[in-house]
Write a protein that binds this ligand. Structure first.
Ligand code: NI
Length: 231
């Protein structure tokens, strides 16, 4: 399935100042991938984007590289960059991996969290309360989790986690309502925040595990339904 989509119909024509080009183009593309305007398989061509935004190819290439590193684009032979597939059977593995990585990040980070980090996390929960746009929910969820992990000493670990969270963000945009995870997730987030602010590391790890297991179960149920193997 090759999606033929004119990028100009998605982005219109927006002239971007050269010094902001990379950041703006990355954000525009990211938003369009996350909310489904650019579906998996869509070819994303450097020259087309450069023309559309009135910039040289260099910032476009840099933006595409960032999105590739985040797992949103992949480079295919003879086609160049295309929007990466949404989700596969490995989504459940992704959650299992997240439990390992994020438990460790919590253990490292919680003892070193400062009042600012806790407040930032609390604010993301607040913003999530009123949010209905799936792409934005995914983004706020990622920022909430990252705020609690932010003081982990292993930076490579944090980069891996951010990568997995980006995967989840991509998944959430289509399936959040189908999974019915909304309010459950907020209860978990509040419990996680509470444990973190009390420096109760093991409690926080338990809450996180339960939180991510719910996600894994919801995805498994969703995939089963898609495959028609359950009623
Ligand atoms: Ni969450």
């Amino acid at each position: 399935m090759v999606a033929k989509i004119k990028l100009s119909s998605v982005f219109g024509s927006e002239q971007v100042p050269a010094h902001q080009a990379r950041g703006v183009i990355e954000e525009r593309l990211r938003g369009a991938i996350l909310d489904g305007r650019l579906p998996p398989g869509t070819a994303v061509r450097q020259q087309e984007l450069a023309t559309l935004f009135g910039v040289s190819r260099m910032p476009v290439r840099e933006a595409l590289r960032q999105l590739e590193a985040q797992g949103l684009l992949q480079v295919e032979m003879h086609k160049g960059a295309v929007v990466a597939p949404l989700i596969g059977e490995d989504a459940v593995d992704t959650y299992a991996l997240r439990i390992l990585l994020e438990s460790e990040a919590l253990r490292q980070s919680i003892p070193r969290l400062e009042a600012d980090d806790i407040e930032a996390a609390r604010d993301y929960i607040r913003q999530l309360e009123n949010q209905t746009a799936h792409a934005e929910i995914g983004r706020l969820n990622r920022l909430f989790h990252m705020a609690l992990y932010s003081k982990a000493s292993n930076h490579k670990l944090l980069r891996l986690i951010e990568h997995e969270l980006n995967e989840e963000e991509r998944f959430l945009r289509f399936h959040l309502s189908a999974m019915g995870l909304g309010t459950l997730t907020q209860d978990d987030h509040l419990a996680l925040l509470e444990a973190a602010s009390q420096r109760q590391v093991e409690t926080a790890v338990q809450v996180l595990e339960a939180h991510l297991n719910k996600g894994a179960q919801a995805i498994r149920a969703y995939l089963d339904r898609q495959a028609g193997t359950s009623a």
